[in-house]
Design a protein around this ligand. Structure first.
Ligand code: SAM
Length: 270
């Protein structure tokens, strides 16, 4: 299906003329759930960072490896995937389901397009739910009846914040939002984060571009990203650039500047 096939009809609640993070990310990943407005943003970002699609693909792959590690190595069965994005390949319940039977996954996203395509995120056995909500309101999200039907907060639940905290401004206090979700989960629950990182030489220009065409996109330092894990035990290898984040096989090649645009880590709630 070509991207244009979604121009008409536009799903209810969706403003095709206004780009959104979910649809821009979908376009970067080569998906079809995006509009001309989103592809214009991709073009603008590509001017500044020609490898921007690779950065998105790296993030998506790292998320898959992280979920695979949580489910396959740690045996985690429940996942609260916050800022989960539009359905694509290797959604969290599919990755987790390969390692644990009856994985429980709740996808939370603000974008109404996610609701329109939620069928692809539902396993059909009641083990997954999609909640269209603003994750900056943890109380509202955590009280959602659909979420409560799927997640048992007396058992470990992975708090997954992949590629989303950098879309929160400093004055929205992202650390307090992380802590609100962590506080709902029992001790030992994992926290998985991937985040735009300011170490790369081209990070500042890309941050400016993101802010001007999307309105969000904060590139934080390794120290700031590591700070999100306060209140957890950070698992090896710590907060690292994505090629070093639970690689299937170590690449053995030197990191490129593109590799340094996103960092990720996993901690276990203390
Ligand atoms: N987590 C997925 C991944 O890493 O592959 C998707 C990342 S995508 C870059 C960020 C997602 O966060 C988008 O789908 C966007 O709609 C969602 N998002 C942005 N702000 C949000 C908010 N305040 N509440 C919930 N979702 C939000």
């Amino acid at each position: 299906m070509s991207a244009n096939d979604y121009e008409n009809p536009v799903p209810p609640g969706v403003d095709a003329g206004r780009p959104t993070i979910a649809r821009v990310y979908d376009a970067l990943l080569g998906g079809a759930d995006n509009f001309a407005s989103d592809r214009a943003v991709v073009a603008a970002l590509r001017e500044v960072c020609p490898q921007i699609s690779d950065v998105a693909v790296q993030n998506r792959r790292a998320l898959g490896r992280g979920i695979g590690y949580l489910a396959g190595t740690l045996g985690v069965r429940q996942f609260l995937d916050l800022g989960s994005g539009l359905p694509t390949a290797e959604n969290t319940h599919q990755v987790a389901g390969r390692s644990v039977s009856e994985a429980r996954v709740v996808y939370v996203d603000i974008d109404p397009m996610v609701r329109a395509h939620s069928r692809s995120l539902l396993s059909g056995d009641g083990g997954t739910a999609v909640v269209v909500a603003d994750l900056r309101d943890p109380e509202r999200v955590l009280d959602d009846p659909g979420l409560r039907e799927v997640i048992d907060f007396t058992q470990p639940v992975a708090i997954v914040l992949a590629g989303i905290l950098h879309h929160l401004h400093d004055d929205e206090n992202p650390k307090a939002i992380v802590d609100a979700y962590l506080s709902a989960a029992p001790v030992g629950s994992p926290l998985l984060i991937t985040h735009f990182c300011s170490s790369a030489p081209d990070a500042a220009a890309l941050e400016q571009a993101c802010l001007s065409v999307l309105g969000t996109g904060r590139f934080r330092t390794m120290e700031e990203i590591t700070g999100y894990f306060d209140g957890t035990t950070l698992l090896a290898p710590g907060v690292v650039y994505l090629p070093d984040f639970h690689p299937d096989t170590p690449s053995g090649r030197p990191l490129t500047t593109t590799d340094r645009l996103i960092a990720g880590g996993i901690g276990l709630k203390l």
